[in-house]
Design a protein around this ligand. Sequence first.
Ligand code: SAH
Ligand code: SF4
Ligand code: F3S
Length: 452
Amino acid sequence: MAPFSQKVYIKSYGCQMNVYDGQKMADLLKPHGYAITETPEDADVAILNTCHIREKAEHKVFSDLGRLNVVRKNRLTEGNNNKNMIIAVGGCVGQAEGEEITRQAPYVNMVFGPQSYHRLPEMLAQLQQKVKGKRRTIIDTEFPTESKFDFLPTPDETPVSAFLSVQEGCDKFCHFCVVPYTRGAEYSRPADAVIKEAKRLLSLGAKEITLLGQNVNGYHGEGLDGKEWSLGRLLFALAELDGLQRIRYTTSHPLDMHEELYNAHGEIKQLMPFLHLPVQSGSNSILDSMNRKHNVDDYLKIIDKLITARADIAFSSDFIVGYPGETQKDHQETLELVKKVAYAQAYSFKYSPRPGTPASILQTQVPDDIKSQRLTELQEQLNHQQLSFNESMVGKTLDVLFDRSGKLAGQIVGKTAYMQSVTLDGCSSLFGNIFKVKINNAYGNSLAGEIV
Ligand code: SAH
Ligand code: SF4
Ligand code: F3S
């Protein structure tokens, strides 16, 4: 391996898949002599691995770019010319905006998307060659014909709780969403590549693996037998691996719940009884307008089937309030659905019109103050339910996987099967272990207790 001669700062925004991609960028650059730095101040290369899902996420990128430019300018005025910094924008804003980014922020040297970052070492090498003393700008937002996964190195370190991308892209085209445009068409990695990566993560100390995909349960990769495997089939194969104590998968679409997946929930004890199954709205007419292709009843039937397969399962979801045309009645129906499912946890957002998506040009946009009002109301109910769910754990003894340090010295934090955080006094030598913890107290976002 080349000695580290440069430093790269990588900041990831958005979903878990971006976190995974950010880690892979670091893995890719390491053999080329790039060490990771946590601050842009001493970086030779700064990469913003961006998210385009809502307008706010995009604004954040442009304000962070402004800050990076200040860091760069300060260095130049300090006469430190050979420490000039390369500024790169990757991820979903890179894919969606391309050259527009360099028009708005001309100091950006490189723009690329989620499907072309395997070329990063090559792109950086090209950038280092100055033309007439000036740097060129590289824009790489084509969807390449090759799969980036074939070019990503195997990891050489892992957290206790690791992410593993198995599926990427989306063909669903919900009318509010940019993902099909930023990530491209659905693609599933072959099962042997997934299993190899999982084995590697386990050998490096991972105990929990979360399979990632924009439509992870739409997985249809080539199986070990050469036939197409569903996500359920893949889960059964992964459950055979030594040392894998917990498996999760996210994010699922209700349309892609298949028989083998219900069986997996019923039979695989390492598959955690907690499922993120976004519904977005509790109103049939809104679901229809969103192009979700299922109604509330279909969704409730899926929930029932999952409970039949695994009685202790709990659910989380995503909701959008103030989608174009949403009436007070539609909103009430969402609140009713939330009550019915009794979610353990959920994310909720105000609808954000995204350029190029069908919903953004509907004439029936909902005013912002109404969106805010509905969001507050929904979140109050979700928080209330989350607290009740957490309170239902008091007095129980739960398995907790400890994997990180707490805010205060001497504290460690772990997760229950339901992703609730539990903080205890303890030392980091406990990381990677599951302990039985008797729960004494419950809060909105966490539990407290003692190891038994
Ligand atoms: N593939 C996942 C979701 C990916 S995006 C699924 O199908 O459920 C994550 C969440 O962001 C979505 O579930 C949705 O709730 C929210 N979201 C997506 N586009 C949005 C928009 N334009 N405005 C507000 N929220 C949005
Ligand atoms: Fe977006 Fe819908 Fe695809 Fe999820 S299923 S990524 S919400 S288009
Ligand atoms: Fe954001 Fe792209 Fe993920 S838009 S949510 S980073 S797929």
